[in-house]
Ligand binder design. Structure first.
Ligand code: MG
Ligand code: ZN
Length: 222
């Protein structure tokens, strides 16, 4: 499958919420469960999306929007799995906004998608400030980044529904205190659901994908 690449600049800040509401209405009309995937660079967004596709493709039709500053390397990985994917290149922009996503939606076969992953630009500063019209936000934190990330970037941990703690297979080699991490994250965000997980070994995958499948099925059949 070939990759369509869209290159666009950032939306004016104030216009974002209205565009996000339009996206949400369009996605609701098509009963597409939409996941905004956030993390720092290298925490495992593309790998998490790829493993979710592998596990869920028999039950759900999956589409992907890839956001990157430049290149289409992640989109090519997803396209190789046979899924419809649109690459957004932000030309240096540090987050996706609702207008960019709207343009990408016009290039996706919305009648043939049950779950849409939107892989945001890798950065823990600002993507949480831009609603895209998603149903849920997933923040991927990875153990090599250290357990102090919630202290340094609290807004990212506050404005999310799920935290995936990725790369738990590396815990024996790191000074990462998983208990302390959980305590700080739930202190910031009492409603958050945390799934410790490894996309390398597959440990924890069942719990998080079970959550995702249940939420997607509820929207599809609801
Ligand atoms: Mg990626
Ligand atoms: Zn930004």
């Amino acid at each position: 499958m070939s990759v369509k690449i869209i290159t666009i600049g950032e939306e004016v800040f104030g216009a974002n919420e209205a565009k996000a509401a339009e996206n949400k209405a369009l996605l609701d009309e098509h009963r597409i469960f939409t996941v905004n995937v956030l993390s720092s660079p290298g925490a495992g967004k593309t790998s998490t999306i790829s493993t979710a596709i592998d596990s869920l493709k028999g039950r759900f039709r999956i589409g992907v929007i890839e956001g990157d500053v430049a290149s289409a390397v992640d989109a090519e990985k997803i396209a190789a799995l046979g899924m419809p994917v649109v690459q957004i290149n932000t030309q240096g922009g540090c987050h996706l906004d609702a207008g960019m996503v709207r343009t990408a939606l016009d290039s996706l076969p919305l009648d043939e998608v049950d779950i849409l992953f939107i892989e945001n630009v890798g950065n823990l500063i600002c993507p949480n400030s831009f609603n895209l019209g998603e149903d849920t936000r997933i923040l991927i934190a990875s153990t090599p980044e250290g357990d102090d990330k919630p202290y340094k970037y609290p807004a990212m941990f506050t404005d999310t529904d799920v935290v995936l703690l990725n790369k738990i297979d590396l815990l024996p080699y790191l000074n990462f205190d998983a208990g302390a991490f959980r305590q700080v994250v739930t202190g910031l965000n009492p409603d958050v659901t945390i799934f410790p997980y490894s996309c390398t070994t597959g440990e924890g995958t069942e719990a998080w994908l079970g959550w995702l499948a249940k939420a997607a099925a509820a929207k599809k059949d609801g």
